[in-house]
Design a protein around this ligand. Sequence first.
Ligand SMILES: CC(C)(COP(=O)(O)OP(=O)(O)OC[C@H]1O[C@@H](n2cnc3c(N)ncnc32)[C@H](O)[C@@H]1OP(=O)(O)O)[C@@H](O)C(=O)NCCC(=O)NCCSC(=O)C[C@H](O)C(=O)O
Ligand SMILES: [Mg+2]
Length: 293
Amino acid sequence: MSDTQLRPRRSVLYMPGANERALEKAKTLPADALILDLEDAVAPDAKAEARERVCAAAASGDYGQREVTIRVNGLDTEWHEADLRAAAEAGPAAVVVPKVNSAREVRDIERALELGGAPEHTKIWAMVETPVAMLHAEEIAAASDRLSVLVMGTNDLAKELHAEFVPGRAPLLGGLSLCLLAARATGKVILDGVYNDVKDLEGFEAECLQGRQFGFDGKTLIHPGQLEPCNRVFAPSEEEIERSRRIIEAFDQARAEGRGVVTVDGRMIENLHVDNARRILAMAEAINATQES
Ligand SMILES: CC(C)(COP(=O)(O)OP(=O)(O)OC[C@H]1O[C@@H](n2cnc3c(N)ncnc32)[C@H](O)[C@@H]1OP(=O)(O)O)[C@@H](O)C(=O)NCCC(=O)NCCSC(=O)C[C@H](O)C(=O)O
Ligand SMILES: [Mg+2]
């Protein structure tokens, strides 16, 4: 796994770029990453001021271990070019681009970041949130080495599909699966979409669990109250860590005895399960490291 894939991104919190209080509060919140938003959460007449505020925050170095990203306005909007220029100069961890629909758009963003003098560490996080993006997910994910993360935009996707929000998200599962396949096939990180009911923590936790079981690396969030359950669900549990250690030990022992397969807790263990156990332990260590620093 690359360093990019190993970095914890369990919880990725959006905050409106015009909201000074939220930007300040974020410095103390246990989020793995932040998305300072210039798109949906900012009214048209507040866009220019929010751009300045967000770029200053991203360049400030005041957010510690948290990855600070900027969500610019969409490619077809009057604010997109100025947002991208300002973000390139501020040099956040990533520029989050909404409603990406093709590989060509990714390459256009890549070129604009290069022309704007964006530092090497500023990656592209592409939001996939339209039916076209679901069908082009692989070409979008593969379009650039600078693109490191796909972000599901499930509100826009539901709107475009004329789908309803139901527990279990059946109407969205086809799109979620296509994007997961694309991310894994191209070695990119992928984040699940937001849960809108900030008061319903039970429903939220169930959706976190579903996202984790699907294979998402983490979830995008809209409220600080969603951080604790999200961090907990997307981190390897004590049980998983302990079982992973036993899998590796049992397999090493079997290998030393000339066997290639073994059982742990009555279940068959082969090489591929050992790879998975190592990935779980590496992620647990990466999470510990961010908490210690
Ligand atoms: C959803 C909210 C509008 C709720 O706001 P509010 O009622 O003010 O919340 P609270 O009073 O419970 O807030 C408690 C304190 O927490 C701070 N706070 C709230 N939200 C955030 C946040 N996101 N980041 C940081 N801090 C936050 C408040 O300032 C309070 O602080 P204090 O006064 O010190 O106690 C609001 O949560 C909100 O605006 N959330 C973010 C909305 C947003 O960014 N939306 C756009 C992204 S989602 C999206 O676009 C999805 C995608 O594109 C798709 O298609 O799906
Ligand atoms: Mg959206």
